[in-house]
Design a protein around this ligand. Structure first.
Ligand code: NAD
Length: 360
């Protein structure tokens, strides 16, 4: 195959982990004789510095043209108090919206070699293998009216959580399809005891379930789900939820996996005319200003995102498995960064990337 991949390294450790993910992408393409044509563009704080906006038009154009986009992370502390339009994170919301990626898939699995890195007891997490499907294009992060107005005691902040039937149905359908390829169990997470958006969510997911009689559906309130994820993560196969619930709960997955640096993600939209899924791939973590520039960030979440790209955008399941197996081999050999608390000297970001390429 020949494919065009756009990289958006972004800020902080995004740049460091993307470099290693690209090395692994090139290595897997060499091994399986595919041709990858890479382009790079600006997103986030670096884009504000160079162009005045976190999401330049040129970046939007290149992302739409590419077969898939691999992103690092955005965010620089110097913009923490900037207005929303001038914040790096605006670029993130912009690219997700432009590509129309509405389902964010966050696989969480525990590796035997990392069990001691998790603060949870081994017997609780051993064998955990779940995917959180987070709605990515709607909900409170995009809803209007929004803003801060007034002054003094009357100064008021407003956000709006809103969902249409169509928005709920398409992401639930994707989650059902995923569950169908796995252990055929879907948990829908909501807050239907309080929120009308959640009541609609539950009604629609039950309707969509009729198309998937082979998949067992259950429902959990989001607060209970937060608890169950650490009490009994093995009970889950695929979970589906709205944008903000997914944002929050998927970070809990980091506790199961040992480090947030381990977690990949895939944001998927509709199929293109050639049958491939529109996809944006990125590690779950942020730009980690506390360790940026030190060559110690864990690149395995970004590398796992390459595996997800191969699988979902290009249908290359053997190649994806080769990357995941190489990651597992590196973990088993104890060749990991400091966040995973190795027994010996931790490796650098670059050394871990190199080790994955060698294992491939
Ligand atoms: P973060 O994920 O950047 O960092 C949280 C903690 O985890 C830090 O202690 C960090 O050192 C550690 N960590 C994160 N990734 C790691 C890795 N690969 N290896 C080792 N340790 C790792 O979250 P934060 O500190 O809340 O946010 C920092 C900035 O990133 C903010 O500007 C935020 O808005 C942004 N952010 C961006 C994204 C994204 O681009 N998708 C996601 C989350 C946060």
């Amino acid at each position: 195959m020949q494919f065009n991949v756009l990289t958006l390294p972004g800020d902080g450790i995004g740049i460091e982990v993307t470099r290693e993910a690209v090395r692994v992408l090139e290595a897997v393409c060499r091994k399986f004789q595919h041709t990858v044509i890479l382009k790079e563009a600006l997103l986030g704080g670096i884009a504000i510095h160079k162009t005045g906006t976190p999401f330049p038009d040129e970046t939007a154009k290149l992302a739409v043209e590419a077969d898939a986009t691999l992103m690092g992370a955005v965010g620089l502390p110097e913009f923490d108090n900037a207005p929303p339009e001038k914040r790096p994170e605006k670029g993130l919301l912009g690219i997700r919206k432009t590509l129309g990626v509405y389902a964010n898939l966050r696989p969480v699995r525990t590796y035997r070699a990392l069990m001691d890195s998790s603060p949870l007891k081994n017997h609780l997490i051993e064998g955990t293998d779940l995917i959180i499907v987070r709605e990515l294009n709607g909900g409170i992060y995009y809803g209007t009216p929004r803003g801060i107005e007034g002054s003094g005691d009357e100064e008021r902040g407003t956000n709006t959580m809103t969902y249409t039937r169509a928005e709920i149905a398409r992401v639930c359908r994707m989650a059902f399809n995923l569950a169908r390829q796995r252990r055929k169990k879907l948990t829908s997470v909501d807050k239907s005891n309080v929120l009308e958006t959640s009541q609609l969510w539950r009604k629609v997911v039950v309707e969509v379930a009729a198309e998937f009689p082979d998949v067992t559906l259950d429902h959990l309130l989001v607060d209970n789900c937060a608890m169950q994820l650490v009490l009994n993560p093995k009970r889950f196969d695929v979970l589906v939820m709205e944008n903000m619930f997914g944002d929050i709960l998927s970070d809990e997955g980091a506790v199961l996996a040992g480090s947030i640096g381990m977690l990949p993600s895939a944001s998927i939209g509709d199929r293109k005319p050639n049958g491939a899924w529109v996809g944006l791939y990125e590690p779950v973590h942020g730009s980690a200003p506390d360790i940026a520039g030190q060559n110690k960030a864990n690149p395995l979440g970004a590398i796992g995102s390459v595996a997800a790209m191969l699988e979902y955008s290009f249908g290359l399941t053997t190649e994806a498995a080769a990357v995941n197996n190489a990651v597992e081999a590196v973990l088993n050999a104890g060749k990991v960064t400091a966040d995973l608390k190795p027994a010996g000297t931790p490796l650098t970001t670059e050394q871990v990337g190199q080790a994955v390429c060698e294992a491939l």
